[in-house]
Ligand binder design. Structure first.
Ligand SMILES: [Zn+2]
Length: 467
């Protein structure tokens, strides 16, 4: 019987209880009293008033005990790289695009259509989805095409409202996304940095192949002067001569800014000859910067099979940075979602456990939970400066993702099933525990006129086809 069978797992948990027989990856524990660890510990967690009050080898009684019979317990997830401003653009009527740079242009042409209502609908849908999957913090980018604009983009204003609304459920971190060439205008760059500093954002820049790198030092100047973290979209391609990450790493090291610098994508590292790859990874390691791998989008967008003749071909090279070589050098590595159901990527659901399942397969991770669970929990939490670093210790919030599976294989072969999310020691309310239905979003985005009198009477209650 599943440990989460309703007969033994009540909808409302007591104020004080033991979770017995849970497995926790040793890398996520901060419990000096436990003996030297195998990759995964079996132990008992005492939950009291929403926090972890004790961690023992087994539940000693004295409070209700729920024996989870080897189920996994992970800290709630932290998704460090998402694009909530663009999420679900497919539901708003746009089509997917396989080429990264064509997708950039298509979205740019769509900004003028965006309204506050639509942004709130799409972003709210994304946050409800991520919350249901067990995510407690998200960093989202906001496209920032005009850094000098006095107001900042509409999505920046909406996102800050949503951040307040969602505080305590999903902590929303916000980062700009502007092409590095936009820093050429010193005044515009200054305006951007001021917006970000005043609104609690980070400075995010897109460093594309052939980008004018003379503006990279200005990015570090701005970040240092305004106290901003630096976040680069860099090397989202497989063209070795165009690799830029070495320049970013060198500057981060020279400026002593590696711990506040993050680089997403870096797919080209997977396509370089081994010697050059190793040299660049050594540079990255020396700088202390954090790498973020985004397998969902990059397995889709890189080597994308578009041919001039219109014939489809299967990709041969994969958009994946070298996970094992990065880990061997002690480079902080995070796994994140990136785009979801937009022009860049038609899939994705902001579910980091499913992303880990994909990464486990694509990067051939052995025992993905025991060896790599830090990529979706503690490593991104540390970079974002979360109040809780994600490690399970006495006093930490009981914000947990439980999964009935007893091994990485069992959990990751069925990531969507047998999952229970606890926040402050309680199960999510039934309405929050399942991702929202796509029809809800379609109704919000494209309200349809009733097509008949009978449908008119049922408006708002009857299910309708997604347009
Ligand atoms: Zn991105």
């Amino acid at each position: 019987m599943s440990p989460f069978d309703p007969a033994r797992w009540p909808a409302r948990l007591p104020e004080r209880y033991w979770l017995g027989g849970v497995q926790v990856p040793a890398m996520l524990l901060d419990t000096p009293a436990l003996p030297a660890a195998p990759p995964v510990h079996t132990l008992a967690l005492l939950v009291e008033r929403g926090r972890i009050a004790a961690i023992e080898a087994r539940a000693p009684g004295g409070a209700a005990t729920f024996d989870l019979d080897g189920a996994f317990a992970l800290p709630a997830f932290v998704d460090i790289h998402t694009h909530l401003d663009k999420g679900d653009l497919l539901a708003a009527g746009l089509g997917p695009e396989r080429d990264l740079f064509t997708a950039v242009d298509r979205v740019r042409a769509d900004y003028a259509r965006w309204t506050e209502t639509e942004l709130r609908a799409r972003i709210g849908f994304a946050l409800r989805t991520a919350f249901a999957h067990g995510t407690r913090a998200i960093n989202t980018y906001i496209d920032w095409p005009e850094p000098g604009a006095p107001e900042g983009p509409l999505a920046w204003r909406v996102m800050r409202q949503m951040r307040q609304q969602w505080a305590g459920r999903v902590d929303l971190h916000v980062t700009s996304l502007a092409s590095i060439d936009r820093l050429a205008d010193a005044q515009a760059a200054e305006t951007l940095a001021r917006h970000l500093a005043a609104g609690g954002g980070a400075l995010g820049l897109f460093v594309y192949p052939g980008a004018p790198l003379q503006w990279l030092p200005r990015a570090f100047d701005l970040a240092l002067r305004h106290g901003l973290a630096l976040d680069f979209h860099v090397d989202e391609h497989l063209d070795p001569p165009a690799a830029n990450i070495g320049h970013v790493a060198r500057l981060a090291r020279e400026r002593g800014f590696g711990r506040r610098t993050v680089c997403g994508h870096a797919c080209v590292l997977g396509a370089l000859p081994e010697g050059e790859r190793d040299r660049l990874l050594d540079e990255v390691a020396a700088s202390g910067l954090t790498l973020v791998s985004l397998p969902y989008t990059n397995l889709y967008l890189q080597d994308n099979g578009v041919t001039t003749g219109g014939t489809r071909r299967t990709p041969r090279r994969r958009g994946l940075l070298p996970w094992h070589e990065a880990r061997a050098r002690g480079i902080p590595l995070a796994l994140a979602s990136d785009n979801h159901r937009d022009v860049f990527f038609p899939g994705g659901d902001l579910d980091l456990l499913q992303a880990l399942a994909l990464a486990a397969n694509a990067a051939q991770l052995d025992d993905a939970l025991g060896g790599w669970a830090d990529t979706l929990t503690t490593t991104p939490a540390r970079f974002l400066g979360s109040a809780w670093d994600g490690r399970l210790r006495v006093g930490a919030p009981a914000d947990l993702v439980l999964h009935a599976g007893r091994t990485s294989a069992e959990v990751l072969s069925r990531p969507q099933f047998g999952r229970q999310v606890l926040r402050a020691g309680q199960r999510l309310a039934a309405a929050d525990a399942t991702p929202p239905d796509f029809r809800e979003l379609s109704r919000e985005l494209q309200p349809q006129r009733p097509r008949s009198f009978a449908q008119g009477l049922a408006a708002g209650t009857a299910p309708r086809a997604a347009a």
